[in-house]
Structures are given as C-alpha cells and as structure tokens.
Ligand binder design. Structure first.
Ligand SMILES: Cc1ncc(C[n+]2csc(CCOP(=O)(O)OP(=O)(O)O)c2C)c(N)n1
Length: 393
C-alpha cells in the first residue's frame, strides 16, 4: 500500500509479492512460495521472537533517549519483518552493509543489544566488531555504504575467480553481500553508480531497499513515479517488489535473490514495502508532516500482529508462547538498560592509539602534549562540586 502517488506516476506491471496476507493467511505466490515451503513452525517462532525482541529493544532505546541516557535513537518499529526476513536467510559468511536503522538485522546477526546502543550513547563510532558479525558499522551518511558494498562484492568475485584459476574447487555457498538503504537514499547519485558497476561486473550483491514511505518529512510520492524495484530493469538485473510487512514474503524473496547471486548471475534488487511507524529519530515529530489516518491504516498492517495471527490460526500456537516471549523480551530490555547505564566514555588519551596501526612519533608527541595540558587542571576530587557561588546570578 503506497501512502499516496506522484501526479505523474506511471502504472507498473511489476507484481507485488505476498505470501502472508493482511490477516496472516497463506496467499499463494507462484514464484516465491516454493522458497518458504520448508519453513517449520519452530522457525516461525524464532522469527516471531526475533521481531518482537527487536521491537522491545527499540522501545527501550526510545525510553533511554527520553531519559537523557542516549544522545539519539533511531526507531525501527514497523520494519521488523523487512529486516528479520532479509537477515535470517543469510549465512554467517555473507557480508552486510547496513544504514543506521537496521537494529533487527544486527540483532539477528548476533550483535548484543547493548552494543547496538554504544554509538547512540555517544561513546564510540561503532559498537561491534564488523569482522565478528560480518556486519559493517552503521553509517549516517546516506547511501555511502552502497558503493562500499559493491566494491567489496566485486572483490569477492575477483577472489573467487583467482581461486578457480588456481584450480581450487568452487565453494558450495559462495559469499553474498547485502546493501541496505531506504527510499530516500535510493535517490542519491551513489546508488546509480553502484548499480551500474554491480551490473557491469556481475557483483554478487543484493540491493535491499526498505521503502518505509518517508524520508524524514518527504513522502515516497515525491521521491519516485514508479516502484523502486522497477529501476533494476534499467540496469539490466532483476528487481522484486515484496510486501515488506510479510515476514514469509521477505524471507522467500531474499532466498530467491541469494540463490541467483550465489549462482554468479550478478546483482538483484528487492524493494520491501513497509512503513516507519514511529518518528524518523527521537529528534523528529512526524505529526508535523503526516496524517494520523495514514498511520492508523498502516497500523492495521503491523508485521508482528500478522505473524502472531498466522502462528495462532494456522499452527495453533497458544497464548503461553506469546506471553513467555514477551517476558523474555522484557528481561533482555532490562539487562540492556543496566549495561547502558554502566557504560562510561572512553578516556580521551586512548584515542591516540587508534590513529595508525603502528606507533607514530608525531601521534606520541600529540598524546604527550594532551596529557601535559590535562595535568594543568586540578584533579576532579579537589573540585568542590557543591560550590553554589553564583547560583543566583
Ligand atoms: C548524504 C546525506 N544527505 C542527507 C542526510 C540527512 N538525512 C538523514 S536521514 C534522511 C532521510 C533518509 O530517508 P530514507 O533513505 O528513506 O531512510 P529512512 O531514514 O526512512 O530509514 C536524510 C535526508 C544524510 N544523513 N546524508
């Protein structure tokens, strides 16, 4: 469901894939249904846990920011199916390049909830080891991660070719790369360059667009006259349009795309149509630019409600499961809160050691100068923090 359309919108013949309909019933999709035919009820329960866990962590992130414990928070509410559904089918060896809202992707890749918060507490430029999770750090500069992803994917293709030339047997599951970005970022020049290069060099990359209908206050209707998935055709690769609030649809589309990518057929684009149910960030007030009616309409399409209905109606999953998951999620959020409150800023002098991989005399001199400067101040415990002189000024 698009919120509105551009006055010059061109009708699109591209199908919109869906496997779980709005009521949580199975809707047959000729292309994609086979890709989720083997999903078990236990796996669906994992997906539910993952989506609701991310939502609970997200709520706690907003509370922590409101209480002055985070500098900023970027809510993901509404995009859980798009994120979990695309991250779950990846292999640990696949490399992921996120934007800044992909908390459910990061959690699904094993990042600890409190590590997600480090950046937003303002104590580091990134809270996890990218090599450990094969997940790059968040970037706030729109679209900048996408040329990086394509370059990385081109590199893996070259490595593979070199290995083949050297007589190494082909891998069964060669590495794939996913670049996440939004509808707003899709209009940046880097995206065009990335898609041209990816197509020219058959880069094993999935362009995963979460079209959440808004780029801060700019509606999707202004960004594009056509569904974004149709743009792939202009570059000569496949674009899929999927209901991004349908967890099974997203899993199936991602599995389909990864299969093609691993087979060496080059890039694929997925546009997951979803909705940012909350604010752009905690610094934003969406009531200034969008209607409550629209929010309510999308509220009826909530991805978590849809999966819950499916688990209940199609698999007889009972209340006890949902209650247990809610309790576990509360515990995760409480542990995360305690970890966040215990986080202290790193010592400034330690940052000099991160300037170069090896020690450098100039950096050593600057560190010494900084320490010398600091030594000119009275130690903290000698400062009378109860001094109220001037308080009435
Ligand atoms: C290069 C660049 N231009 C502008 C911005 C300011 N900015 C931050 S978020 C945003 C909107 C992004 O919308 P979208 O790509 O749809 O992602 P969403 O935030 O909705 O997830 C803009 C314009 C930025 N961070 N980087």
């Amino acid at each position: 469901m698009a919120s509105r359309t551009h006055a010059g919108a061109v009708p699109s013949t591209l199908p919109r894939h869906q496997i779980l309909d709005e009521q949580g019933a199975i809707a047959d999709d000729a292309l994609l249904s086979p890709y989720v035919a083997d999903v078990t009820v236990e796996q669906l329960q994992h997906l539910y846990r993952s989506m609701t866990g991310a939502r609970r962590v997200d709520e706690e992130g907003t509370s922590l920011q409101r209480q002055g414990q985070l500098v900023l928070w970027v809510p993901l509410r509404g995009q859980e199916a798009a994120q979990v559904g695309s991250a779950w089918p990846t292999l640990p060896t696949d490399r992921i390049f996120p934007s800044y809202r992909e908390h459910a992707v990061a959690l699904e890749r094993g990042v600890a909830p409190s590590d997600l918060m480090r950046l937003f507490r303002g104590i580091t430029a990134g809270g996890w080891d990218p090599e450990k999770h094969n997940l790059n750090l968040y970037t706030m500069v729109l679209a900048s991660q996408v040329p990086h992803a394509v370059g990385y994917a081109m590199g893996t293709a070259l490595d593979r070719k070199a290995a083949q030339d050297a007589g190494t047997p082909p891998e069964t599951d060669p590495e794939a790369v996913i670049a996440y970005f939004g509808d707003g970022a899709s209009t940046e020049g880097e995206i065009h360059e990335s898609m041209v290069f990816a197509a020219s060099y058959d880069a094993p990359v999935l362009f995963f667009i979460q079209n959440n209908q808004w780029a801060i206050s700019v509606p999707f209707a202004t960004q594009s006259r056509v569904p974004l998935a149709t743009r792939a055709a202009g570059y000569g690769f496949e674009g899929l349009r999927v209901d991004g609030n349908d967890i099974l649809g997203v899993v199936a589309a991602t599995r389909y795309a990864l299969e093609k990518i691993r087979a060496g057929e080059g890039p694929v684009l997925i546009e997951a149509e979803t909705y940012r149910m909350g604010a752009h960030t905690t610094a934003d007030d969406p009531t200034k630019y969008r209607e409550r009616d629209e929010e309510e309409q999308w509220g009826h399409l909530d991805p978590v409600d849809r999966l819950r209905a499916h688990l209940r109606d199609a698999h007889g999953v009972e209340d006890e499961f949902f209650e247990t998951v809610a309790r576990e999620n509360d515990e995760i959020a409480q542990r995360m809160r305690a970890d966040v409150l215990a986080m202290t800023p790193p010592r400034f002098e330690d940052s000099f050691a991160k300037a170069y991989a090896e020690q450098h005399s100039l950096v050593d001199a600057e560190r010494a100068e900084y320490l010398d400067y600091q030594a000119g101040f009275a130690p903290q415990d000698e400062i009378d923090t109860h001094d109220t002189r001037g308080a009435g000024a």
